[in-house]
Design a protein around this ligand. Sequence first.
Ligand code: ZN
Length: 175
Amino acid sequence: MLASQLRRGKLDQSTFVDHAGQALQDSYGDAYDAGFGDADGDGTLDDTAYRATTTQAAAGKQREFLIGLAAAVAAGSVSEAALSSRLDMYAQSVYPVYEAGFGSGLSSTGQVTEIVWHAEGDADTCEPCDGRDGQSYTPDTLPGYPGELGICDGGPRCRCVLEYTFTPAQEQEAA
Ligand SMILES: [Zn+2]
């Protein structure tokens, strides 16, 4: 595993950041595809560029954290427990990318007319998400996805849910 190689001095920090960043980007790609598939997305929408931008941006946002992690691991100041909780955080950071893929998948088979943001609205809900609770968006005005860095202060712990109003392509033609 990358972190133990780094710890044993077999990997320099920048190589660690590059490899871990690439691994993250790959898992974001998988998450996007899973979301797209779960929305029964098909090939009628060319989302190649959007998929690339979304997964690269998601990986890019983690880069500074990876750099910090690499330095801490190399310095031996990260316990196994801390490391494993950090890796869990990375694993959970695929969620907003899954959501992005899901949105694309829906858009490929019809038209998304409304997206309503639902937050838990309890004491643990972050301010930005609380402010979006019950707000109505379109795919063009949606500020981002639940748990996205810079969108939600809770990051991977975000419990927000998006509710899509969706007209499948067949019904659009019939209407
Ligand atoms: Zn949130």
